[in-house]
Design a protein around this ligand. Structure first.
Ligand code: FES
Ligand code: FES
Length: 166
């Protein structure tokens, strides 16, 4: 079987795949990174979003061989080695942006991409539009939107989460 080589959360990984093997299957089944979820079979829910070479993608509709040689970051790779959460994770916690948590890994990965790609600012409408590919069945989205808005200044070095919450 063909071999695919990836860097996943900073570690080299080489796995055997079939032509039909999905990236999410590699992450969950071969590498044990079960923080990336599968919530649908129609590429709609976004629970499976990870970063490939810094861009958010749906790993349920990406074939493993398509990303051979890429750098992949999953929700497990966001926190620092000492356990310090990524600012987006911290914002989700601070603003109660999750309930059951099933959508949260994909939400956080999409939100980071959204903030990163909007260095000049992010309106509430842009956040809501940017989350179009992520479905949450619990929260009603309001706190997710607030968390992303609060993480924006932190991620761009323009403020703290505490200041954003005031
Ligand atoms: S699992 Fe639903 S979009 Fe990927
Ligand atoms: S927190 Fe339950 S699906 Fe989003």
């Amino acid at each position: 079987m063909p071999q695919v080589t990836l860097t996943v959360n900073g570690k080299a990984a080489s796995v055997e795949v079939e032509g039909r093997t999905l990236l999410v299957e590699v992450l969950r089944d071969k590498l044990g990174l079960t923080g990336t979820h599968v919530g649908c079979d129609t590429s709609q829910c976004g629970a499976c979003v990870v970063h490939v070479d810094g861009k958010a993608i749906k790993s349920c509709t990406t074939l493993a061989w398509q990303v051979d040689g890429s750098t992949v970051t999953t929700i497990e790779g966001l926190a620092a080695a000492d356990g310090t959460l990524h600012p987006m994770q911290e914002a989700f916690r601070e603003y109660h942006a999750l309930q059951c948590g099933f959508c949260t890994p994909g939400m956080v990965m999409s939100a980071i991409d959204l903030v990163t790609t909007h260095p000049d600012g992010l309106t509430e409408q842009q956040i809501r539009d940017g989350l179009e590919g992520n479905i949450c069945r619990c929260t009603g989205y309001h706190n997710i939107v607030k968390a992303i808005a609060a993480a924006w200044p932190v991620m761009h070095g323009r403020g703290t989460l505490a200041a954003a919450a005031e």
